[in-house]
Structure formats: structure tokens, C-alpha cells
Design a protein around this ligand. Structure first.
Ligand code: TRP
Length: 331
């Protein structure tokens, strides 16, 4: 039987090269070997985005991003979390089987508490129940669709384990395999994608390369990649170069070997190395950039695609939730 992969995408802002190579590309590749479910986790973003316009816009733009990079809504189920009421009912059911201590141990909650304590604030300062019960909602996303594998970044691994833990408790209590136990799938080859300053590419470091810049600002951004002060004729160590680290993510093994040799031979200045990276990146972004803009200019069409995904998703979610209700004695 074909196994099912499901992943949620939090609509938190302008997507960048790190998101593409670290999350979007590996997630979309799964459609070749799994039955795939992708959704916009808009209710997970409500936790941090309290501006209606931004939440609405970010959701559309992340949907357009995935479509622009090749998500095929006829081959995958692609929907908005908020369009599936079954998720929220299941979240309550799961909450009633979730030990509070399990949530106390969740990394993101623990980090927030630790930050408060370090700042000598009340441990719960600024922590809402959305953050605290975030893993329960995520478990509902996953368990509602009986996902076998959940592709996520390393920071989300614990959340998938929590979903599994909750599922096991419920299965055990009712003596039947109601829920499929999900496994996290972490792509470690692309774990860390360096940003302009050599640290991990991240919005919080302001070192990203946004995906949908026009060519000129894109080149300008790439020219900001930090390099050492070696002269053009000097041989360069590709493993110490952020430009190379970024460029190689776009190359086949043979191309990477050839580029490596060019760095090591000397005679190529940093300006040239960056220009070459720009050319390679721009060639791959040109098509998606056009498609992204086309989709965003037509929100009605975008919403129609998501509505079609909603219908496909609910056709599975609704009978499944009925079965869960029956099993727990709610009718
Ligand atoms: N929490 C995930 C993140 O921040 C997004 C997410 C929500 C998710 N629900 C999910 C991922 C279910 C996988 C499965 O990236």
C-alpha cells in the first residue's frame, strides 16, 4: 500500500532560499513516492500573528509559493488547516488524553519559560494557551489523516513524537488501532543552509535570500554574502566559502566536483563566484517567480484550488472523525 506523508506549513513571512531548499523542495519530492497531504497551518500561525491582514496575506503567499515550485493539487491534497473543522474537534479529544506534564516538556514551551526566567520575569509571561497546546493541535493535523510519515525540520521532531505518544494512549485505552502512529522524517542532508553571514539562514538573523526578488535586488543580495579577503588569483577553499555552500545545493554531484576544482585552481575572484551562483539560482527561480506573481494576482483562483483541497481532505476527515466519536462514546 502507498504510504501517506503529511506536512504543515506555517505561514510566517517572506519565503527564502533556506525554506525552499530545506523544506519546500524535499517536501514536494515526496509526492513521487507517497500519497501526499500538504496544508497551510494558519491556526498555528495565529499563535504569533495578531494582524488580520498579515495572516491573510501570508497564507495566500505561502500557498502560491508551494504551487509555484510545482505542488500539483491534482496529485496531492493541498488545503488550509482552518478549512477543516474536524481538526479542531479532534484536537479537543486529543487534549483530554494529553498529560499536562507532556506539554510542560515540549521544547518550544520550555524555551519560552527559560527565557522568562533568565530575564527574571514570571515564568508564564507572554505565554498563551496556543503556544502551550500547540503540539496537541499539530497531533490533530497528523492523526486525523492517518499519516505514516511527517517530513519536518529537526525542531519539529519532538512534536511528531508527542503525536505518536497521544495516539498510543488512545489506542491503548479503547483497545483498537484507531490512530496510525506517525514517524518524523528529517532530511539531514539539507539540515543547515547558510545565510549571507555564514550563520544558519534565518529571518531572525536578517541574513536570508528571499525567493521572489527581481533579478537586480537578487544579485545585490547575493553580493552581500560574506567572503574572505583573498585576491582573485588565489586558490580558495570551497568548504570555507558560504557562496560555494549555497551554490552546491543547486548542483549535481558532477557539477559540484567541477565547481570545487575551479575554486581550488585559483583565478576566480569572489565577484565571479557570486555571479555564477546568481546565474544558477536565477535560472531556477525565474519560472517560479513568474508563476508566484501570477497566482497572487488572482486570489480567487488560488482560493478555488484550496477549496478543492478542502473538499478532498474533508471527504476523508469527516468519516474518520465519526469513527473516533463512535469509539469514545460520543454520538
Ligand atoms: N509546527 C510546524 C512548523 O512550525 C507546522 C505544522 C503544523 C506541521 N502542523 C503540522 C508540520 C503537522 C507537520 C505536521 O513548522
Amino acid at each position: 500500500m502507498v504510504r501517506r506523508a503529511l506536512t504543515g506549513i506555517k505561514p510566517t513571512g517572506e519565503p527564502h532560499v533556506g525554506n525552499w531548499l530545506g523544506a519546500i523542495r524535499p517536501a514536494l519530492e515526496l509526492a513521487d513516492s507517497y500519497e501526499t497531504f500538504y496544508f497551510i497551518a494558519d491556526y498555528h500561525a495565529l499563535n504569533i500573528i495578531y494582524d488580520a491582514g498579515s495572516l491573510r496575506q501570508n497564507s495566500l503567499s505561502i500557498a502560491a509559493t508551494y504551487l509555484a515550485f510545482g505542488l500539483d493539487p491534482n496529485r496531492s491534497v493541498f488545503y488550509r488547516q482552518s478549512d477543516i473543522p474536524e481538526v479542531f474537534e479532534l484536537a479537543w479529544i486529543l487534549a483530554c488524553f494529553t498529560p499536562k506534564g507532556l506539554m510542560n516538556r515540549a521544547h518550544s514551551y520550555k524555551d519560552a519559560v527559560a527565557k522568562n526566567l533568565a530575564a527574571e520575569k514570571d515564568p508564564d509571561f507572554n505565554i498563551n494557551m496556543g503556544l502551550y497546546s500547540y503540539p496537541v493541535l499539530m497531533a490533530a493535523d497528523i492523526l486525523l489523516f492517518s499519516a505514516n510519515v511527517v517530513p519536518v525540520g529537526a525542531d519539529q521532531k519532538q512534536h511528531v513524537e508527542i503525536a505518536r505518544d497521544i495516539a498510543e494512549r488512545i489506542n491503548h485505552n479503547y483497545g483498537e488501532a484507531l490512530f496510525t502512529l506517525p514517524e518524523p522524517k528529517i532530511d539531514d542532508q539539507v539540515k543547515t543552509i547558510v545565510g549571507l553571514d555564514g550563520r544558519k539562514m534565518s529571518k531572525s538573523y536578517d541574513n536570508t535570500i528571499p525567493l521572489f526578488l527581481d533579478e537586480k535586488p537578487l544579485l545585490k543580495r547575493i553580493n552581500q554574502v560574506v567572503t574572505n579577503s583573498q585576491a582573485p588569483d588565489e586558490p580558495k577553499d570551497p568548504d570555507q566559502s558560504s557562496v560555494f555552500q549555497l551554490h552546491k545545493l543547486l548542483l549535481t554531484q558532477a557539477e559540484e566536483t567541477a565547481l570545487r576544482a575551479r575554486y581550488q585552481a585559483g583565478g576566480m575572484g569572489w565577484g565571479q563566484a557570486k555571479k555564477d551562483y546568481f546565474d544558477a539560482l536565477n535560472a531556477r527561480l525565474e519560472g517560479p517567480r513568474k508563476e508566484y506573481r501570477r497566482l497572487l494576482a488572482d486570489p480567487a483562483a488560488l482560493n478555488a484550488i484550496l477549496a478543492q483541497g478542502r473538499d478532498k481532505a474533508r471527504a476523508q476527515a469527516s468519516p474518520f472523525l465519526d469513527k473516533v466519536r463512535g469509539a469514545i462514546g460520543i454520538r
